[in-house]
Design a protein around this ligand. Structure first.
Ligand code: SF4
Length: 436
């Protein structure tokens, strides 16, 4: 069969400037489709397209394909459905999967011949056989997380033209934060560690000198990560990864990460309020230690990209100003700010729905940059404007310049990485935060 694997990223109706911004987003790699391609028997041919604005799509004759698999998340659900409807009109059988499809499979089925619920890897061979025989089942369900040895470790084969590679060494998370779709889905509720030799082999095969570990966090299992970092020493790669906020408690791990080539990490600080963190059940975060965490990572030449959420139940209208002050005090190198979003399938969605605080289920607004629920201590407009102003102030030119000068002391690579991250964040946030 000719198989088309698509990620429903990119808005075909966007203005050219926004399409340019989407290309920047796509520098963040995704391993999902490559890993499915790796599990596809060689008698089939696979085309991977990670962006609905990819020019190859315009030139394609879809009737050349027998099967299409589309992966999507909540904010891109309508784009996935439009694409699926169009492909089905051309006679292509369509399979939908991903976090949103797993949370709302019946909704997905209205636009697909089959829906994959949960992780696709174990189901994929059976699904391909059924497609070949013309008898796809409506649902393929993987209700429990699959074993680590069953997850392939793609080596960036589809990204040789991109400057950034992507690797997934572990999958899932042991935490259970209220808003997180990873830990609430059948795909992510358990941490799986891929065999070390597979991961090292994939890193060695990467055509890139710089890559990103796409794992939820590389300090969930310190023993595994220490072994990984020890084995990476000498590979001469630079990388960024995600850590939880308790990373600095294990200085040996920080040192090994740095020796292995870690130049930047993203940390979900989420909030500067202890009660907000307790409410989220994020046990790895101790707000009183955030400054020490940044300091420890800086000592080892690792830049810190902090990630924050606004609109939590304890947030008052002054949260934006106080957070800005704290970020400056802690000396973070960049910040991501998201509006709290109750993604389907999460405990947050169930709770806010129970409390009748969700006022729209227009999925296109579930992109972390729109307000879709009534916050407890401010109006939706205050939350939107406050987040927008926070971003504007954090990414003003003088703020970027100050952080970059400061990041120079971390070394040339962290500086370049933060130059890219600050400049692209400013462009991206200016593009996504439009007038309410
Ligand atoms: S630590 Fe991160 S990945 Fe794990 S549940 Fe919390 S937000 Fe999700």
């Amino acid at each position: 069969m000719n198989i088309l694997l698509l990620q429903a990223f990119g808005n075909p109706d966007a203005a050219s400037y926004e399409k340019f911004i989407e290309k920047i987003w796509l520098l963040w790699p995704s391993c999902t489709l490559e890993q499915l391609a790796e599990l596809t028997p060689s008698r089939h041919s696979v085309t991977i397209i990670n962006n609905l604005n990819d020019s190859r799509l315009k030139k394609m004759d879809f009737s050349d394909y027998e099967l299409a698999g589309i992966s999507y998340f909540t904010a891109t659900a309508y784009r996935a459905y439009n694409m699926a409807d169009m492909l089905r009109k051309c006679g292509v059988k369509v399979v939908l999967g991903g976090y949103h499809a797993s949370a709302l499979p019946e909704e997905a089925k209205r636009h697909a011949d089959a829906v994959v619920v949960g992780e696709a890897e174990m189901l994929w061979p059976e699904l391909l056989e059924d497609a070949e025989k013309g008898r796809l089942k409506p649902f393929y369900i993987q209700s429990k997380p699959i074993a680590s040895r069953q997850i392939p470790c793609a080596a960036g084969i589809n990204r040789s033209l991109s400057p950034v590679g992507g690797i997934e060494a572990t999958r899932g998370c042991i935490n259970h934060c209220e808003f997180c779709s990873i830990s609430h889905s059948p795909m992510g509720s358990r941490l799986r560690l891929k065999p070390m030799e597979k991961v090292i082999g994939a890193i060695e095969n990467l055509p890139h000198d710089y890559f990103i570990f796409m794992d939820s966090s590389l300090n969930l299992n310190p023993a595994y990560s220490k072994k990984l970092f020890r084995e990476m020493k000498g590979l001469d790669k630079k990388f960024a990864c995600f850590f939880n906020a308790n990373i600095a408690e294990d200085e040996e791990l920080v040192k090994l990460a740095s020796d292995a080539g870690c130049i930047a990490c993203a940390i979900g600080f989420e909030s500067i309020s202890r009660s907000n963190i307790d409410h989220l059940s994020k046990k790895t975060n101790d707000v009183s230690k955030y400054g020490d965490v940044v300091k420890k990572l800086h000592e080892y030449g690792i830049a810190v990209m902090s990630s924050l959420v606004f609109g939590l139940d304890g947030d008052m209208p002054d949260v934006f100003d106080t957070t800005l002050e704290k970020l400056s005090e802690w000396d973070v190198d960049s910040a991501g700010a998201n509006i709290l979003t109750p993604l389907p399938g999460t405990s947050l969605f169930s709770r806010l729905e129970r409390e009748k605080r969700i006022f729209t289920i227009d999925w296109s607004k579930y992109d972390l940059y729109h307000v879709v629920f009534r916050p407890r201590n401010m109006t939706p407009e205050e939350l939107y404007r406050g987040t927008k102003l926070f971003i504007k102030r954090f990414y003003r030119a003088s703020g970027i310049a100050g952080r970059l000068i400061s990041s120079l002391r971390l070394g040339w690579y962290p500086f370049l990485s933060m130059l890219e991250h600050n400049v692209t964040s400013r462009l991206i946030y200016n593009s996504v935060f439009k007038p309410a």
